[in-house]
Write a new protein. Structure first.
Length: 419
């Protein structure tokens, strides 16, 4: 009995072990897991492979986005490069054109007009074109002559101006004026120093003219006072000298008097005020310093050296360039330190107009002939004589260039005829 019970208890123990919580090695779930264990590893490998592929696809997508961004940036950069090249080219053209206008404008104050603006010259020409009124003032005639001189000096001015828009036209005028005023300033500064050197060299004053100090010039300095003294007065007279320096009545210096430096040897003939007028040595020096070179102004006693006579003869006929120098020499001898139209009671602009009228508004045929003769004298003094046209054919044939050509031809003929 006991033996049977013991066997039953062992069976119950086995069932209890089998039907327990399933944690034992002999449990059903444990056995099932062991049976399915062979499929776990392949499933994990497939999951890892899928994850790696997803990462790779994501990386590829990111690289494609970066590539697209780079390509887009390169395209933008190329477009910007093309635009930059375009704007640089436009800027270069603009700068070159501006410099060209400024350079061309330097001639205006030298040979066209010393004071009038380009706008005033153009306005007067337009007024005459639109208005049939034949009555004009002297001032209007001066402006019209100035416009005609401008178009001869700058032949392209009218055509370019008529084809431009207003902004471009205004810019052109501004640059021309900048060049004109710049040249006037350069010439004034140059003559301020050179005139002092010429005065010191020729007159050898006890008190030399300081090239850097204009306050010691004008009538304060004895030599400068002599050159600036009006033609109708005698600087050697102590009364005249004191009257001018004290601004006494009867000794007021205005533009109605021709200064002594305008005359040959700085000497005036009261009975013939035209004699020697505009032949002062310092005038020739001033002209050559501005229009040829400062070194050429050192020797002006004889005729010019003949340089550029043919090409410059036509240009030197224009009287305005010499008129401008006459005014600048007066400015250099004065005590005025900066450019302006008034020096006390002396009106530089009116002084300039008086000299212009002397050359361009001659009252009669005989006076006009004397003006032409004076201009020819200036041409000869500045550029020398042109005598090439006086050479005969015989003289030309005996000159070495033609003689050499003839000898070479004769020797060639002799060699050909020899046996």
């Amino acid at each position: 009995m006991s033996h049977v019970e013991d066997q039953q208890n062992e069976g119950n123990t086995f069932e209890s072990h089998v039907d327990g919580d399933g944690e034992g090695e002999g449990s059903t779930s444990h056995i099932k897991n062991r049976l399915d264990g062979g499929n776990v590893q392949p499933q994990q490998s497939q999951a890892v492979a899928a994850h790696v592929q997803a990462l790779q696809r994501r990386k590829i997508a990111q690289l494609e986005e970066k590539l697209e961004a780079l390509q887009s940036g390169r395209a933008v950069k190329e477009r910007c490069g093309r635009y930059r090249t375009y704007w640089v080219a436009l800027l270069t053209i603009y700068v070159r054109q501006t410099i060209w206008y400024v350079t061309k404008g330097r001639a205006i104050r030298r040979v066209v007009t010393l004071f009038d603006s380009i706008e005033d010259l153009v306005a007067e020409n337009n007024r005459r074109y639109e208005d049939d009124d034949p009555d004009t003032t002297i001032e209007q005639d001066r402006l019209q002559i100035g416009y005609a001189t401008l178009t001869r000096t700058l032949p392209w001015f009218f055509k370019k101006g008529s084809e431009m828009e207003y902004e471009e036209y205004s810019h052109m005028l501004k640059m021309l004026c900048q060049g004109a005023d710049g040249a006037r300033g350069d010439d004034t500064s140059k003559l301020k120093t050179l005139v002092s050197e010429w005065v010191n060299r020729e007159f050898k004053p006890v008190c030399l003219v300081d090239p850097d100090d204009k306050h010691s010039r004008r009538f304060t300095h004895d030599v400068c006072g002599k050159l600036l003294c009006p033609a109708e007065l005698d600087w050697n007279s102590p009364e005249v000298k004191a009257g001018i320096r004290n601004h006494s009545d009867g000794y007021i210096i205005t533009d109605l008097s021709f200064p002594a430096y305008l005359y040959d040897k700085y000497t005036i003939n009261p009975d013939d005020l035209e004699e020697g007028l505009f032949k002062g040595k310092i005038l020739i020096q001033g002209y050559k310093a501005v229009f040829t070179s400062p070194s050429s102004a050192k020797d002006v006693d004889g005729d010019g050296d003949g340089a550029d006579v043919i090409s410059n003869n036509r240009r030197v006929k224009k009287s305005l360039s010499r008129i401008k120098v006459k005014k600048h020499v007066r400015f250099a001898l004065s005590s005025v330190t900066s450019w302006r139209s008034m020096d006390g009671d002396f009106d530089y602009e009116q002084f300039w107009r008086t000299i212009v009228d002397f050359f361009e508004r001659a009252p009669g045929r005989e006076v006009h002939r004397r003006v032409e003769k004076l201009l020819e004298w200036w041409t000869r003094k500045v550029f020398g004589r042109n005598r090439r046209g006086k050479l005969s054919d015989a003289m030309k044939a005996n000159m070495s260039v033609n003689a050499l050509a003839r000898q070479r031809e004769q020797r060639d003929d002799a060699a050909f005829d020899s046996p």
